[in-house]
Design a protein around this ligand. Structure first.
Ligand SMILES: C[S@@+](CC[C@H](N)C(=O)[O-])C[C@H]1O[C@@H](n2cnc3c(N)ncnc32)[C@H](O)[C@@H]1O
Length: 745
């Protein structure tokens, strides 16, 4: 039995919301369930999945209740059945002869609400997905022709529509006569029959949207179709489906679409022969009317399933150039970015013979400013609070929250906080794609899992939002960082599939991983956290921080690229042994590794909020953290200019952010005269335009991502820029040997 609690309005509520759990009631007695949903509303296997997911959430450090407002509880009951009663064990064939009741707003058959007009934007989204490859598109279920019209608004070659109901089919035949692209109606018969006539590997896209024809198949009819869909899809073909009659019910059971998909859809997809790395999902905003019998949520799920292999190149709207926006597309969600749901490694792929792919993808980035062609944008899914550890003793910035919560929170961050960051990350994807940059996303992984190695354990991991910290492209080499925090030890796994794909496709790419550190206690200077401010000032110019030099340690964001020369900052996240490792690894390729010191930063971490290379011979510098005089001289000798960044327009930090106000400087240069900047940093935008020569300055909202310790540069990993191994430091000099000796001896 699922217990649904009314949301108590308590003083602590705001604080509790921030950490993703229900506030503790003031009263000593436990809250009473307001409503119980009957178990028999759910087929057995869904209940099992629901129990598993609830058990998983109980294992979190803090309990996560299913929290709903009283009015939502009523809505849950109303829509828990999803529709008016379907007959049990009814024979499907009867559907063909049933009369339709059609109005402008809805289609009813046999008294069931089969389709309604409010779904129009959602149908437009499904059509956009199914037509991404152009070519031959199969649609199953004609209904009110809403999705069919949307499919027709894209440049496709053929539109095959399968429909069972005779009345609906008559309308389909009329529709075919006036359609822009060729329509081939198949019916009136059940898809279970007509699909057999569609040959293997023959279609480029599929949109499946039918209706359960009896009670038993309410949650499952799409899965019967999925196996057939895989058979008829060409390699690289794309499929999407919807079953609101089921999802409207199941969504009440899960905290997010991710959880729902993992528990109730993915197992069936895998059983139907799909691979985890073929599965993606997006949420799409919808507005069902209050009296809708089958749906009451404000988002709907858009599965995006792409069969492995290369798509054939038709005149598709997603291949090359920008889309031609029709009224359908204008209704698209701002959350267009895709997130993969697969976390399983595909061992079968590794057995394939490797050969370069025809489209010639490559890994290449020598500078911070070359024209950006491809990049990875992080995701905030399943984010957790970083646990207290030797590399980080986090603090709550907001004094009110600090008082209310008492201690640093543990476990998962709130879904609201994750969603807000994801919305901004997805918007960045849109902006980049609009600028012609191909974007990739990390795998969604469960970071709430604890980690135990022979040397340490942490109660949970972090998030794959700041991909920049985990990996860097240096020329034609991808270098996995050691990382410096224990909770980020395996964060690199979120981009593992991307690395594998790139490496297989680009025969020139080198793939290196720095030695995995033990992260044992002796790698940290545990007393550092007890130092007073005075102590820290005393050590500041010696560059002594919370990590020791036992083994190489670095986060990739401690590095910046200028062609043949790269610069690395010793910091809280990078030691001299890490810099030395990079130097030895890269020297054979002719890449010169230099250290860059910032002696006025008490707790430096990541160079991209301190010293931001904007272009050849131009650096944006932090007025409070000047580069050491010896280092500055080296840059100046080689003709580089420094431009001081002004104070941030908005210096505020989110309550749980462990980064400084200087995230304002964490901009993303995407071409020789194009840069993306947080939208509130107006002063910096002006500076970049008028003093630094950027012709295009693109403001984007990104403050919700600050919570995760990074901004625009941190949350991206540039896999391909159009640039070369330029030499901008013809006057070379050695790093200060005394410093290295002092730290490494
Ligand atoms: C939800 S409506 C489709 C709505 C449509 N996407 C639109 O935008 O208007 C479902 C349609 O699937 C048809 N249908 C249901 N079961 C079917 C089956 N087994 N084979 C073929 N069509 C089926 C119904 O008759 C109905 O027209």
């Amino acid at each position: 039995m699922l217990e649904v609690f009314p949301l108590p309005v308590l003083l602590q509520e705001r604080a509790a919301e921030q950490v993703g759990c229900k506030a503790q009631p003031d009263s000593p007695s436990a809250p009473q369930p307001a409503v119980s949903l009957e178990q028999d509303m759910f087929p057995k296997h869904f209940m099992t999945a629901a129990r598993i997911s609830r058990r998983a959430s109980l294992q979190c450090c803090r309990p996560r209740f299913v929290v709903q407002t009283a009015s939502k509880c009523q809505k849950a009951i109303q829509t828990a059945k999803g529709y008016a009663e379907l007959p049990s064990a009814a024979e499907r064939g009867r559907w063909v002869a049933e009369k339709e009741q059609l109005t402008e707003e809805r289609l009813d058959i046999e008294g069931h609400p089969v389709m309604q007009r409010w779904e129009t934007p959602y149908m437009g989204k499904l059509a956009e997905v199914a037509t991404r490859n152009g070519g031959r598109v199969v649609e199953v279920g004609f209904g009110m022709a809403i999705s069919a019209k949307a499919v027709q608004s894209y440049p496709i070659e053929e539109h095959i529509i399968l429909e069972a109901n005779r009345d609906v089919f008559k309308r389909l035949e009329d529709f075919a006569k006036g359609a822009t692209s060729k329509v081939t109606p198949m019916g009136p018969e059940l898809w279970q029959t007509s699909i057999k006539r569609i040959p293997d590997n023959s279609v480029d896209g599929i949109l499946y949207d039918t209706y359960p024809l009896n009670k038993e198949e309410q949650h499952t009819h799409q899965f019967d179709f999925l196996r057939e869909a895989r058979r008829i899809l060409k390699p690289g073909g794309i499929m999407t489906y919807c079953n609101l009659t089921s999802l409207g019910v199941l969504r009440h059971e899960y905290a997010s679409w991710d959880e729902l998909f993992e528990a109730t859809q993915k197992p069936h997809l895998l059983a139907a022969g799909y691979h985890a790395d073929e599965l993606l999902v997006e949420a799409f905003p919808v507005e069902p009317p209050k009296d809708c019998e089958y749906y009451s949520h404000d988002t709907a799920m858009v599965p995006i399933i792409r069969k492995r292999g290369n798509a054939s190149r038709h005149s598709s709207h997603s291949l090359g150039g920008r889309r031609s926006f029709s009224s359908w597309h204008q209704q698209q969600s701002p959350w267009r970015g895709q997130r993969s749901f697969g976390t399983e490694v595909n061992h079968a792929a590794a057995q394939h013979k490797m050969r370069p792919k025809a489209d010639g993808r490559k890994l290449n980035a020598w500078t911070q400013w070359g024209e950006l062609k491809e990049c990875v944008v992080g995701v905030a899914d399943n984010a957790c609070f970083p646990p207290v550890q030797p590399a980080m003793i986090p603090e709550i910035n907001d004094p009110v929250l600090r008082k209310v919560l008492g201690e640093w929170p543990r476990g998962r961050k709130s879904q609201r906080c994750v969603d807000a960051a994801n919305e901004e990350l997805d918007n960045l994807v849109n902006v980049l794609e609009g600028e012609g940059v191909k974007t990739l996303r990390p795998e969604v992984m469960d970071w709430s899992q604890p980690l135990k190695t022979p040397f340490f354990s942490v109660e949970n991991q972090y998030v794959a939002c700041c991909v920049r910290d985990t990996i860097i492209t240096v020329g034609k080499t991808a270098i996995e960082a050691t990382m410096s925090r224990r909770d980020r030890y395996f964060e690199i796994l979120a981009v593992r599939q991307i690395l594998r794909d790139l490496w297989r496709e680009d025969p020139e790419m080198l793939w290196k991983a720095a030695p995995k550190p033990s992260m044992a206690d002796d790698m940290y200077n545990l007393s550092w956290w007890d130092w007073t401010e005075k102590d820290r000032y005393e050590h500041m110019h010696k560059y002594q921080y919370c990590i020791t030099n036992e083994e190489p340690l670095f986060d990739a964001a401690d590095i910046t690229r200028c062609g043949k020369d790269i610069f690395v900052q010793p910091s809280m996240t990078c030691n001299y042994a890490g810099i030395e490792w990079l130097r030895r690894e890269l020297a054979p390729q002719g890449i010169r590794v230099h250290s860059a010191h910032f002696p006025y930063d008490l707790a430096p971490s990541h160079i991209d909020c301190t010293f931001v290379v904007l272009g050849p011979r131009l650096v944006l510098t932090n007025p409070e953290r000047p580069i050491a005089a010896r280092d500055a001289a080296f840059w100046k000798e080689n003709g580089w200019d420094f431009v001081d960044c002004g104070q941030p327009d908005n210096p505020e930090r989110p309550a749980f952010s462990q980064s400084s106000k200087w995230l304002s400087m964490n901009i993303f240069v995407i071409g020789p005269s194009k840069v993306i900047v947080e939208e509130q940093e107006k002063g910096l935008q002006e500076l970049l335009k008028h003093r630094c020569g950027f012709e295009t300055v693109i403001p984007v909202p990104f403050r919700n991502v600050f919570e995760y310790g990074g901004s625009l540069h941190c949350s991206t990993w540039d896999t391909c820029r159009e640039d070369d191994m330029v030499d901008l430091f013809p006057k070379q000099r050695d790093d200060d040997p005394a410093l290295f000796e002092q730290h490494l001896s």
